[in-house]
Ligand binder design. Structure first.
Ligand code: G3H
Ligand code: 13P
Ligand code: ZN
Length: 328
């Protein structure tokens, strides 16, 4: 059944667990997440970006999620819009049946330029007013995702500031967070603590100076009733990187957010954990491996199947690690 983000995360807060929010673009990713949720008895957050909508099309996304809800009637499903660039985008998603939307007002509508605090409050408050009127939840973002090592936002295209961000943008300020929540009424707040989108997060296994996990507790103390969200939370598993490289892929040395660091975040108030890159890496690694080990294979279903299984493995591990398992 479909559920709003607020209800799902209120339950998570009450029972001290976190919920991975996996990005969806196609049938196989949705099936992977749902199968893993079924195996572990977990509620799910399926999130779709603007890129997902232009890839699959609004109708297909909506109908595929409807299909998942029909096939797995006992699993609570939140359909969340990832990184909405404007109130108009959020309004479209609400009309399309999303039960939750993110208004990312940390960046201007081009999703490349850091926005002013006042702009962020203004657009986010407008979305809260519109969404809450129809029972839809809202996630806001305060602070810009980006590397504390380099000041870079990460992903070259997609969501992330262009150029170098100054240090003040890269860490969410707890006092400002309290002010932002009071001014907007968001249900959930994405915080900046040194993570960034994509495969290149850290040049070395992260330590406290480049991944500010301790800041989560400080923010949580100020806004205990607002659910904290960690973006850029892929762990970039070294074992999938090794497979990707072994079968011809080229991704240089890189490190993600260790699962243990996320678990520490969950202990301190994180309830929603955004993961996209890990599924991409596992799926493309599995496809590369089959392409090389079975060079005569040309049935695309064989490729999609190994990709789906690889993604399901990641999902299952995260449901277990974050304490989502057993909570559906
Ligand atoms: O926030 C970024 C997510 O990984 C979505 O990426 O815009 O390429 O769909 P995308
Ligand atoms: P990753 O690139 O770390 O998977 O982050 C995804 C994300 O934050 C989507 O909003
Ligand atoms: Zn994100």
């Amino acid at each position: 059944a479909m559920i709003a983000l607020r209800q799902l995360l209120d339950h998570a807060a009450e029972h001290d667990y976190g919920v991975p929010a996996f990005n969806i673009n196609n049938m196989e990713q949705i099936q992977a997440i749902m199968t893993a949720a079924e195996r572990t008895d977990s509620p799910v957050i399926l999130q779709a970006s603007a890129g997902a909508r232009s890839y699959a099309g609004e109708t297909f996304l909506r109908k595929m999620v409807e299909a998942a809800a029909e096939q797995w009637p006992d699993i609570p499903i939140c359909l969340h819009q990832d990184h909405g660039a404007s109130p108009a985008v959020c309004q479209q998603s609400i009309r399309s049946g999303f039960t939750s939307v993110m208004m990312d007002g940390s960046l201007r509508a081009d999703m490349k330029t850091p926005a002013s605090y006042d702009y962020n409050v203004d657009v986010t408050r407008r979305v809260v007013e519109m969404a809450h009127a129809v029972g839809v939840s809202v996630e806001g973002e305060l602070g810009c995702l980006g590397s504390l090592e380099t000041g870079q936002a990460g992903e070259e295209d997609g969501v992330g500031a262009a150029g170098i961000l100054d240090h003040a943008h890269l860490l969410t300020d707890p006092t400002e967070a309290a002010d932002f929540v009071a001014a907007t009424g968001v249900d959930a707040l994405a915080v900046a603590i040194g993570t960034s989108h994509g495969a290149y997060k850290f040049t070395r296994p992260p330590t406290g100076d480049i991944l500010a996990i301790e800041r989560i507790a400080a923010i949580h103390r100020r806004i205990p009733d607002t659910h904290l969200v960690m973006h850029g939370s892929s762990s970039v598993p070294q074992e999938w990187l090794a497979i990707f490289r072994e079968y011809g892929g080229e991704i240089g040395e890189t490190y993600g957010v260790p699962v243990e660091a996320i678990v520490e975040g969950i202990r301190n108030g994180v309830r929603k954990v955004n993961i996209d890159t890990d599924l991409r890496l596992a799926m493309s690694g599995a496809i590369r491996r089959l392409g090389v080990t079975a060079p005569g294979e040309f049935d695309p279903r064989k490729f999609f199947k190994v990709a789906r299984d690889a993604a399901a493995g990641i999902c299952e591990a995260r449901f277990q690690a974050f304490g989502t398992a057993g909570q559906a």
